[in-house]
Design a protein around this ligand. Structure first.
Ligand SMILES: [Mg+2]
Ligand SMILES: [Zn+2]
Length: 173
């Protein structure tokens, strides 16, 4: 298989980011355009789909890890149940943990859970902090952004373009 694992950031990739706030209840979840169809395709193309997400709202005491897991499950349900597992960093910057992106800990935790070939894996994120650890692990990257980045192999402004972008990548490789 040409593709191994598809890693995804959560907020700003699967669901709309809340300006200056956090997704704290399932009612806050707004799935972004094109995501369910893209994940349906990706599920047939990749061995597995994994979400790696920083949630410092847990460290700030705004929500429990259990309630984050309820929200993650709701996101999975709303997008077709294609996600194998969510890996969550609950820490604050000042905790200096080894999992808060741009550190690699969430990806390494995933590799303890699954046999992962990072060189055949992709990361999709809307922040450079998503792409930096992916590049350190020799993964390919897609940046959902209006700006380009030296850490991005592909940059697209909207999630609605993900399916078309990946289909053309599959054809040209
Ligand atoms: Mg994000
Ligand atoms: Zn952490």
């Amino acid at each position: 298989m040409m593709y191994d694992t598809l890693f995804l950031d959560r907020d700003g990739v699967l669901n709309r980011k809340i300006d200056g706030g956090y997704v704290l209840t399932p009612e806050d979840i707004e799935i972004l355009p094109g995501i369910p169809l893209f994940l349906k395709w990706a599920h047939q193309t990749f061995r597995r789909i994994i979400v790696v997400t920083n949630q410092r709202c847990i460290g700030r005491g705004m929500i429990s890890l259990a309630d984050i897991q309820v929200i993650n499950q709701a996101i999975d349900n709303k997008t077709g149940n294609y996600i194998s597992k969510f890996f969550v960093c609950p820490h604050l910057d000042e905790d200096n943990c080894c999992c808060r992106k741009p550190k690699k800990g969430l990806f390494l935790a995933a590799a303890e859970h699954y046999v992962i070939n990072f060189q055949k894996s992709w990361m999709i994120g809307d922040s450079e902090t998503d792409l930096i650890p992916a590049k350190e692990l020799s993964m390919s990257t897609v940046f959902i952004s209006g700006k380009d980045s030296i850490f991005a192999d592909q940059t697209i402004p909207l999630t609605a373009d993900l399916l078309r972008t990946f289909k053309s990548l599959t054809q040209t490789k």
